[in-house]
Design a protein. Sequence first.
Lengths: 692, 103, 165
Amino acid sequence: MTEALASYPETMTCCATLATRLLWIVPVAPMVAAGIIALLKQPYRKTAQMLAIGSMVLSLAISLFAFSYTVGGWMQGVTIRETVNFPWLHFGTTAVELGWILDPLAAVMLVMVSFVGLLIFIYSSGYMAHDENATRFFCFLALFAGAMLGLVISNSLLLLFMCWELMGLTSYLLIGFWYFKPSAAAAAKKAFLTTRVGDIFFLLGIVWLFAQTGTLLFYNNGAGSIEHSALALLLAQPAALGLSAATAIGLLLFAGAVGKSGQLPLHVWLPDAMEGPTPVSALIHAATMVAAGVYLIARVYPLMQAGALTGGTTTALTVVTWVGASTAVFAALIAVAQNDIKRILAYSTVSQLGYMMAGLGMGGVAIGIFHLITHAFFKALLFMGAGSVIHGCHEEQDVRKMGGLKADMPITFITYAAGMLALAGVIPFAGFWSKDGILEAAFTWKLSNVPFFMLVFGALLTAFYMTRQVSYVFFGYWRGHKTAHESPAVMTMPLVILALFAGILGFFGTPAWPWFRAFLEGHAAPFEPGILLEPELAILMGVSTLVVMVGIVAGWRIYGEKSPAASEPDALEKAMPGVWKFLSNRMYVDELYEVTFIRFYSWWGKVADVLDRRVWGGAVAAVMALTALLARINRSFDTTFVNGGFDKTCEELATSGGLLARVQSGRVQSYLRILAAAVVALAVILVWSSRP
Amino acid sequence: MTPLTAHLLVAALLFAIGLAGALTRRNAILVLIGIELMLNAANLNFIAFWRYSPHPEALTGMMFAIFSIAVAAAEAAVGLGLVIAIHRHLHSTDLDQMNRMKG
Amino acid sequence: MSVIFWLISAITIAGALFAVILKNTVHCALALTVAFAGLALLFLGLDAQFAGFTEIMVYIGAVAILVVFAILLTRGSETPKDSVYSRFPVAGLVAAAGVFAVLGWAVLQSAGALPHAMQMPSATAKEIGYALVGRYVLPLEILALLLTVATIGAVIVALHEKEGK
């Protein structure tokens, strides 16, 4: 089924659907590759790699084809939105439908996921070269890629949820890839359980939506669950606390995103997920899986935005904004005090996800998604660079034990620096433009400008901790033991490609030429360089650049110039030991959860155990004892009465037989006597009976 | 008392005596004597009934009695032969000692 | 009934009684003979001449002789150490008395239903002969067979076993 919807000034049309019809191959190819790899034995790592990389190449090709088709449509002034729906489960008269969709948002995400995924696959073949379980790794990785691509193109909330859960599973498998490490196994379990908490609310939202609107498809020729009629119905339906059903469902769906994207209460799993191999961290916990939550909110944005007065916002979006802004600051604060190279990047990811959520809440789909796209590129770059550093420092991960790698690992240094500048938001790198978009939206937000200040503070901290990290790792003197070496080309080539993108990607979303926003929202994109000089915009850009510079300079002054030794306590630690300790221990959030939820849960588990063993087990044991008692009674009854009676009867028979045998005396005279008596008796009877 | 009744009573008495002899004597031959008496009592019964029956020309009773006498003779021969044979083994005609067939 | 009848009955019964009471076996056999004779006379009194003479010839002439022979042949262990009566003779007497009682009572009870005296039938030897080979030829032949078998059997049974047979 095809259907094209126009955004505002364009007209509708529907045309060639080849791109949409082929779209199902994009997720299926990596899944099929995963299936085949699962059957391979361990030594066939090269085959596994080729299969995985080949399937990603195929997916990328089709994604590019779909993307070009969508862009072509945009250039002709048409917004493409084509769906293919099919019924899946029938029950009674209703049916649950699944389907996939091709529209600008999906096309952009497809290209990003398949491209970054392909680069990470290539990188992994180098990174996991010495690991004996590489085949299993590629199987899981391909399965994950298939799930993510499936999530991106899904037109049904149910299909999205299925891919969501599949990604959760593969994330668990990949975080716990080195399962023999207890910390890895624990981290995998933590990730799964924490995201599960979010998924419960997500599922509730799905069920509620289905109950209210009768469909889980997003777009279905006007009958979809986030199209006009359904939204009107949801807005009219009241839920609790004065909210409408639309808001309540939106909040429930957001709860799922909170779990998956590591927003404030449920962020605890993301830093621990760094136990997995670095390509996993790059792909899943930087570029794609954690972005799934943001993508979900973007997808159901009409629902989140339902009922908004022109220029205003809805309750759901307000909640999204506040959660996002808080997370951004919170995570950035913690990142300042971490020493593990990957942990810093992990908290940085959490912080940037908060930025994305805030951008969605305040600025709309295009703003949030643009930051998502740029973040994917440079965060993947940073993680892969960190992996290269770890590889080069012989599996060392503490930044205080590195240093001076600028000379030993030049390619890594240059690419990492590009990524760091992009993340910090230095003009003209990609991160600057995307973050600036969010700041601009925050500045013009009607409800309050506290988020704006929070996000600015967050930008300062981001620049600061990234500078700290780069200073520790690449500048100063070498604090390690063995000499470091550069990584092989198969690992550095993807770094270079990503660095290039980190540089140029920004130009697709500058205010001078807002192509990205135009593409997503379906209107023209005028090229107006003059807009940059508008006073509001220029001041904003100036403020953010200033803030970033302050952060970088502060970081350089404290860490870059002085180049502290490994064993020395951190400069900030010396200055504010209490604050440092608080931040370094991740604000004790894990400990808080441990004391409250975990403890309650294990207490509950003990109660259930006692209940099970004593009460239910006791009941079972009582029944058993009763049955055994009955069996014993039965047996004794059987032995005494039945057996005994039978034996007694036989004895009596034998005795009486013996007694009766004495009649057979062998003496004919006694026989005759008896005969005579019998005859007498017979005669008497005969005569008596024949008397008249 | 009609003649028939008298004869029947006599026959009954003879039968009882024969039975008493067969039941109470120890010697096997005397048991056989008792049996002969019983048979004869039965013969007397037959003849008496024949004599006073409505159709004596059918000779049924007489025939029966004659055949009974013949059979009794044969039976006496065989029985006494058996007693003699047993006497040869057990050297006694005491019936109480001939109880090999006891159960 | 005539006196002759009662007299002959008395003799028969006395003979039978002595036949079962006497201790000496030979005396018993002789008493038996007397009883047979009395019976024969009773048959004659009932106009059954052929039966009476057959009785004399067969019973007295053969069976009684046979009995005497048997007694004489088994005389070796004849001295009775214990009583001539078997164990529990009273039971036997009681049984016999019971039988007599029942028979007597039956006879007396049915006295009214019994047939009365008829005219004298003719049962000459000629008629008996005709009956034997006419109507009763089959029983006759069987009887002949029986007698042959019985005689041969008795001889075999009583035959002195040869040594080593």
